[in-house]
Design a protein around this ligand. Structure first.
Ligand code: ASP
Length: 444
């Protein structure tokens, strides 16, 4: 393990000169903080737009040949956000943005090239302000040409080591993108700067990956649902996966590279520095009286409920049902089943481009006569997580009666063999009651 800390700063931590000074102080505080990964400047307030979203709009306008004046106004708005970070002149950034929007590329590649400019410019401005070295992701990340959802390819590990191992000078790296084999920029999915930081930390065997943003750490519940939820001091990588899956600030794919190498992730707040945030580690001692570490909720699920007498005895029935979804390239989340019924739970987003009636028809013809299929919308998933849930007899019954007492009807239950997380399918309209009931009973 190297005496190296890789820091990633989220966009909401990079909006003013004071933020740049704070980042300077943080990096000066520990000489192991040698690599800073940055997002594009984020929102200054709730009604504001992230620079990434401004760039997406700019790319769309330019593609649609919206008049020059409008494009110029948008571009100026973007440059203003960088000018807020420094007193130096940013003529070169303006020039680079103009060149970027003139690139002749197919539309998905074009969008990514413009989008990535947010991180690129931010890293350049910060490197200049901090007297640090700017490192181009072209030297670090070889990615698949899946625009807006690129995956990092294995040669990246050696590339990162070649370029950054043993580095003495402070470096600033733009997050969120890499380059395809033919030299085109491709971005990761949204929030993907977290991946840049995690992969660099893993490739270099860093001592720690510090993820700085505007949250004090991982909270035991969503503060928009629960009043003053407490901060979790320590989580295992697996517990973090469970909570991140249903939406937390850390990109879910950022966990596995660090988990594989056992590199702790410290999720902390830039403005609150040096306050400790949440440590995500390989193992932690758990309190048997506190088996639940957090409760998460996400809406936007729906269910195909398949009813057929004797369906549990049919050979190959699951394969036939799932084939319908695979053929349509629809990702399935859960398949809870009972004696005469099987449900297929998918995210609403997955169905956007599909005809529900057609899917229902396909399932019916795959299973033959006597099959009923009902489609249910507006479902949500409640995840109750904690490694000490495993073997904790009676906890599931207790959670269910807590939900029943709160008037929440459980539509399905799913629990993996690791028993570290129980998922409850509920009606979306019940989510506040459900999350608060679990929080009050087990976490407050
Ligand atoms: N700026 C990008 C986004 O808004 C990537 C990131 O912040 O990590 O999604």
């Amino acid at each position: 393990m190297e005496n190296l800390i890789v820091c990633k700063f989220g966009g909401s931590s990079i909006i003013s000169k004071a933020d740049v000074e704070r980042i300077r102080k943080i990096s000066d505080d520990d000489s192991a903080r040698k690599i800073l990964v940055v997002s594009a400047p984020g929102k200054r307030n709730n009604n504001d737009k992230k620079v990434t979203d401004l760039l997406i709009a700019l790319a769309e306008d330019t593609r649609a040949c919206i008049d020059d004046l409008e494009t110029r106004t948008r571009a100026n708005e973007i440059i203003t956000r960088y000018q807020a970070l420094t007193s130096k002149t940013l003529a070169y950034i303006e020039e680079e943005l103009q060149q970027r929007i003139k690139l002749g590329l197919p539309s998905d590649a074009y969008l990514d090239s413009v989008k990535a400019f947010g991180e690129e410019a931010c890293a350049k401005v910060l490197a200049e302000a901090l007297n640090a070295e700017y490192v181009d992701p072209q030297e670090l990340f070889l990615v698949t040409p899946d625009f807006s959802g690129a995956a990092i390819l294995p040669p990246s590990e050696k590339m990162i080591q070649r370029r950054l191992k043993g580095i003495e000078k402070l470096c600033v790296v733009p997050g969120f993108y890499g380059y395809t084999e033919n030299g085109t920029i491709a971005t990761f999915s949204r929030g993907g700067s977290d991946l840049t930081g995690a992969y660099i930390a893993a490739a270099l065997d860093a001592r720690m990956y510090e993820n700085f943003s505007d949250i004090p750490g991982i909270l035991a519940a969503d503060p928009r649902i629960v009043r003053n939820p407490k901060k979790i001091e320590k989580l295992t990588f697996k517990e973090m996966r469970d909570l991140a899956y249903l939406g937390s600030k850390l990109h879910p794919e950022a966990i596995s590279p660090c988990a594989k190498k056992g590199i702790p992730i410290h999720i902390r707040e830039t403005a609150g520095y040096p306050a400790r945030g949440t440590y995500v580690v390989q193992e932690r001692m758990s309190d048997p009286n506190q088996p639940i570490v957090g409760v998460a909720y996400q809406g936007g699920f729906c269910s195909f409920d398949i009813l057929k007498f004797g369906v549990n005895e049919e050979v190959g029935v699951l394969r036939r049902i799932l084939q319908v979804f695979e053929d349509k390239n629809i990702s399935v989340e859960y398949v809870p089943s009972a004696i005469d019924d099987i449900s297929v739970i998918v995210r609403d987003d997955e169905l956007k481009k599909h005809d529900i009636g057609m899917i229902v028809g396909r399932i019916q013809s795959a299973l033959g006569c006597g099959t009923d299929v009902n489609f249910k919308e507006h479902l949500g998933c409640l995840a109750v997580a904690g490694k000490a849930l495993r073997g904790h007899r009676g906890i599931s019954a207790s959670i269910q009666s807590t939900l029943a007492d709160a008037g929440v009807n459980i539509i399905f239950i799913s629990q993996g063999s690791e028993e570290r997380c129980i998922i409850y399918g509920i009606n979306g309209s019940d989510h506040k009651k459900a999350v608060n009931a679990i929080y009050d009973k087990y976490l407050r």
